[in-house]
Design a protein around this ligand. Structure first.
Ligand SMILES: Cc1cc2nc3c(=O)[nH]c(=O)nc-3n(C[C@H](O)[C@H](O)[C@H](O)COP(=O)(O)O)c2cc1C
Length: 329
């Protein structure tokens, strides 16, 4: 399947694995790239630029296919060493960067001068248009369904994607709620050039996270996510658990008086315990509504092959039956 995204990134299938804190290590990124998609290492999961450089080297040893690095610009009390991380990306010869969070404009010249393609992840048409206007090569359009930070507009992908298609000239992928061949075909029909998946890729054999996390994803339904930190305008979609219930209770009782300090124990620095040790109630962790469509833990290659086979069958058989040309064939 050729789309503007497969052409732009030199990949076989229009499927991207979005950056995920404490999930996007070299093992997962390499598995996705080896299976013909675009794997992405999560830059800030590495505690220093030197460690990111090591992770890039590890990934390169596991795949000779293109892979990317995610750089997330989120409100942080202590700003990470972004120039250092960018130097590690440039020196590591990475050719694709997924930016997310704030506007990446400040960092674009260095990336573009090195011939790096930048895909900016955003949750609104206006931010996607901004990304286009400052020179990003592509956008990843994240609907309200998505795991992680869906923004504050609450526009689901059935509206967001055709709106993006109407406005953007750069290629974009649909992100949030994507799980299978149906998602891919729907994303293409709504005007996207491929899809980005987060939660679905966690429940794969190669995802280097604790089995408890994978089992929780398989067990959960589409009713099991919650939005936290809305009063702080830093909304995050997470899987419900004991820590999330505590956060929501504090949000209810403190109302507009809530500050980040009130919930820091539940939302900051919790990922290693959850993802690596499998202590699922240690804090709030991102998870999309798509969790309701995830019922197994396949290898990344089996997952991607299945998605592509299902997508081709949908287009060539099911959809073709609805047209006179298809019926004649
Ligand atoms: C556990 C987890 C951690 C994530 N961490 C990040 C991150 O550090 N940076 C980022 O840009 N997006 C992050 N995301 C968002 C994903 O890259 C992707 O946009 C999102 O998961 C898509 O929605 P889906 O989960 O419905 O597929 C995270 C998502 C999950 C589920």
């Amino acid at each position: 399947m050729k789309t503007r995204i497969t052409e732009l990134f030199g990949i076989e299938h229009p499927i991207i694995q979005g950056g995920m804190h404490y999930v996007g290590f070299a093992e997962l990124a390499a598995a996705v790239s080896n299976a013909g998609g675009l794997g992405i290492i999560t830059g800030l999961t590495q505690p220093s630029p030197e460690r990111l450089a090591d992770e890039i080297r590890r990934c390169r040893a596991m795949t000779d296919k293109p892979f990317g690095v995610n750089l997330t610009f989120l409100p942080a009390l202590m700003q990470p060493d972004y120039p250092g991380y960018i130097r590690a990306i440039l020196d590591g010869g990475v050719k694709i960067v997924e930016t997310a969070g704030n506007n990446p404009q400040r960092w674009l010249p260095a990336l573009r001068d090195a011939g790096i393609k930048v895909i900016h992840k955003c949750t609104s048409v206006r931010h996607a248009l901004k990304a286009q206007s400052i020179g990003c090569d592509a956008a990843s359009v994240d609907g309200f369904e998505c795991g992680g930070h869906p923004g504050e507009d609450d526009i689901p992908n059935f509206i967001l994607l055709p709106r993006a298609a109407d406005e953007l000239t750069i290629p974009f992928v649909a992100s949030g709620g994507m799980a299978d061949g149906r998602s891919l075909v729907a994303a293409l029909a709504l005007g996207a050039d491929g899809m980005n998946m987060g939660t679905r890729f966690i429940a794969t054999r190669e995802a280097p996270v604790h089995d408890n996390v994978k089992r929780a994803i398989v067990a959960a339904t589409e009713l099991d996510t919650r939005l936290v930190m809305r009063p702080l305008r830093n909304t995050e979609r997470v899987l419900k658990n004991a820590a999330v219930e505590r956060v929501l209770e504090k949000e209810r009782t403190l109302g507009p008086k809530l500050t980040f300090a009130d919930i820091i124990g539940e939302v900051a620095g919790v990922y290693p315990r959850i993802m690596l040790e499998g202590d699922l109630d240690a804090g709030a962790w991102s998870c999309g509504m798509v969790v309701g469509l995830i019922h197994d833990i396949p290898t990344v290659k089996d997952l991607i092959d299945r998605i592509m086979a299902e997508a081709h069958a949908l287009i060539d058989e099911r959809l073709a039956r609805f047209t006179s040309a298809g019926r004649a064939g």
